[in-house]
Design a protein. Structure first.
Length: 394
């Protein structure tokens, strides 16, 4: 009787995922180099979507549709410790949850497959859950968005409120003392496990909004964009170890609609929202005709409640004739680039043109490797078949 039940369970499990609606490759690496706002570079771990893509912090955003059968192929190309992808808050079964001790670890050059049906529409995090205290701080985290059943990118959930623009905002911090080789380099030995050193103190020097801080956020090239009078949905998540406090201008009439991937029983109407580590909130704001709207993000120590930093990001409602909706559909990365070299995720069928911010053409071509290394730091305009994108050298 026991054998019959085991066979039946395996058959049912196979049938659930016989038809995969969405398959995604995510690559894990431990050779990242994060350029910070003051020019310092720190070691990072992270995720990428292709072999040619350099890892960044946070990792790529994953988009799913509610009800889809999903397969995430995690390819761990990191040396040393194994990694996983923990689907934070997604309510999948234990086998596919990504907590290594309860599901499986993915070792160097191995593939791990996470299979599940995408549950409730909402905003979630994914991150490594091996020595997660270290690996999340190292940069192994990203945002996962589940769309409504119909895949509508402008609706909060099935039958929910519509909006014109969506912004994904992720707060985190970096303590560079946690990014040294002594902390990050911990090889994994199944026979004789190597002790992992976790620093006694966590005193971050950098406070990030979607991977940027201070002068990076104040650079116009990194402003968010939305049309005048647009209704904007902010998907806010906290991947750091400090609490964050969002302070919205009163003119945008902020309404928080969802928490941790679920609609709130009633809207939370307030100009201030606190987001604790691991939490996610969806807040709707209404823009007007002002050219700029700024939102402050305060980072506070959870033990003392002392505010350690305030970062400000800007939403701009006009971009000197540049239309953010006319962005080349392929990915060009990394943006910003510290070397002046950019890459396209797809081949170009015709020639592109690149202009300086003053309107002078400086380059044209079809090469997937876009080399501006001989140009000074600053913003450049990429144009291709009517599409426009900003390239930043910092």
């Amino acid at each position: 009787m026991k054998k019959f039940y085991i066979i039946l369970i395996l058959l049912v499990s196979h049938s659930v995922y016989a038809q995969i609606d969405y398959s995604k490759l995510i690559i894990g690496r431990n050779n990242g180099a994060k350029t910070l706002h003051d020019g310092n570079v720190t070691n990072t771990f992270g995720f990428a979507e292709s072999l040619g893509e350099l890892i960044d912090v946070p990792g790529p955003t994953i988009y799913l549709n509610e009800g889809d059968s999903v397969e995430i192929d995690f390819w761990n190309m990191s040396q040393g410790a194994p990694h996983t992808i923990h689907l934070h808050g997604l309510d999948v079964n234990q086998e596919n949850d990504g907590v290594g001790a309860l599901s499986f670890d993915v070792y160097h050059m191995a593939h791990g497959f996470y299979r599940f049906k995408a549950p409730h529409a909402g905003t979630y995090l994914y991150h490594c859950h091996v020595v997660s205290t270290i690996h999340v701080q190292a940069g192994m985290y990203g945002v996962l968005v589940v769309r409504p059943q119909n895949g509508d990118p402008n609706q909060v959930w099935t039958g929910g409120e519509a909006y014109e623009k969506e912004l994904i905002i992720t707060s985190s911090e970096i303590d560079t003392n946690w990014h040294t080789d002594a902390v990050l380099d911990h090889p994994y030995d199944t026979i004789n496990p190597v002790p992992v050193m976790i620093p006694d103190d966590y005193i971050p020097q950098y406070f990030l909004v979607s991977g940027l801080s201070d002068t990076q956020l104040s650079n116009p090239a990194n402003y968010y964009w939305a049309a005048e009078d647009a209704k904007v949905y902010l998907r806010q998540s906290n991947a750091g170890y400090y609490g964050t406090r969002y302070i919205y201008p009163s003119s945008v009439s902020a309404r928080t609609l969802s928490s941790d991937g679920r609609p709130l029983p009633a809207e939370y109407v307030n100009d201030t929202l606190e987001v604790y580590p691991g939490e996610r909130y969806g807040t709707m704001i209404q823009l007007g005709s002002d050219p700029f709207y700024t939102i402050d993000v305060e980072y506070f120590d959870l033990n003392t409640n002392e505010v350690k930093s305030t970062q400000t990001y800007t939403i701009r409602t006009s971009m000197a004739g540049l239309d953010e909706n006319s962005i080349f559909s392929s990915t060009i990365y990394p943006v910003p680039s510290s070397t002046g070299v950019f890459y396209s995720s797809e081949e170009f069928q015709s020639e592109y043109e690149i202009y300086s911010i003053t309107g002078n053409k400086i380059l044209e071509g079809k090469n997937m490797r876009i080399d501006l290394s001989d140009q000074p730091k600053g913003m450049y305009i990429f144009q291709y078949e009517g599409w426009t994108k900003k390239l930043l050298i910092n």
